[in-house]
Design a protein around this ligand. Structure first.
Ligand SMILES: [Zn+2]
Length: 222
């Protein structure tokens, strides 16, 4: 009836998320932590410590992984993650020949200065994302809830998963998931969902993240 609603133009900042950024030193390397400035996307509490622990844990496991002299030392783990087809002639050394150069790329890049965006929610609805695979642009995004209590290790795991996309060009053929009661013993099993081939596993982000996750050593504080 008569009155036209006032049209409010959206300010330019509405379309593009505004981030506050701070640079922290982790092992002498600058890591830029970016968080949305909006109150609806409130930032991490005690962010510096959490990010520092996560980066330290990731670097620690990566630096050990790239020094593994002989793939046979971790052959059960390589078999579990990189031989989903259960091939009799699976060779841990051959798989390692493909895996190791990718781990070196991830290790070098996470040891260098980089940015990490921690956001309340991701467009994908997942725990992490990175926009462009394997071209070095686009920040690693992590969901804030990864740093909440009860999700120990998940931030580091997700960080490694996203870093494998960003720096080693991995894709998501399948996620490594916990399934209960799918075998007769009714225990919890982990497997790829959906099933993938051995070749796909060699370029699958979760295969790399969980390989690193299962190597002995770090505390996985975040
Ligand atoms: Zn992914």
């Amino acid at each position: 009836m008569g009155s036209t609603p006032t049209r409010i133009d959206r300010a330019p900042w509405y379309a593009k998320k505004a981030y506050s950024s701070r640079t922290i030193q982790v092992g002498g390397t600058a890591v830029t932590l970016m968080q949305p400035t909006f109150t609806t996307d409130r930032g991490l509490i005690d962010a510096d410590t959490k990010i520092r622990y996560m980066v330290e844990d990731a670097r620690s496991v990566l630096s050990r992984a790239v020094l593994i002299p002989d793939a046979n030392r971790i052959s059960p783990l390589l078999g579990e993650l990189f031989n989903p087809e259960n091939k009799m002639d699976f060779s841990p050394s051959m798989a390692w020949g493909t895996i190791k150069p990718k781990l070196i790329k991830i290790q070098k890049n996470l040891a260098a200065p980089h940015s990490i965006k921690v956001v309340g929610t991701l467009d994908t609805g997942g725990m992490g994302s990175v926009k462009f695979y394997n071209d070095g642009t686009g920040d690693i995004h992590l969901a804030k809830r990864l740093f909440e209590a009860g999700l120990r290790g998940n931030a580091t795991l997700t960080y490694l998963h996203e870093a494998s996309h960003k720096y080693a060009g991995t894709v998501d053929h399948a996620y490594w998931k916990k399934l209960t009661g799918v075998w007769r013993d009714n225990r919890i099993h982990w497997c790829y969902d959906p099933k993938i081939t051995n070749d796909q596993a060699l370029n699958n982000a979760d295969s790399f993240a969980f390989l690193l996750y299962h190597l002995p050593g770090p505390n996985w504080r975040y």
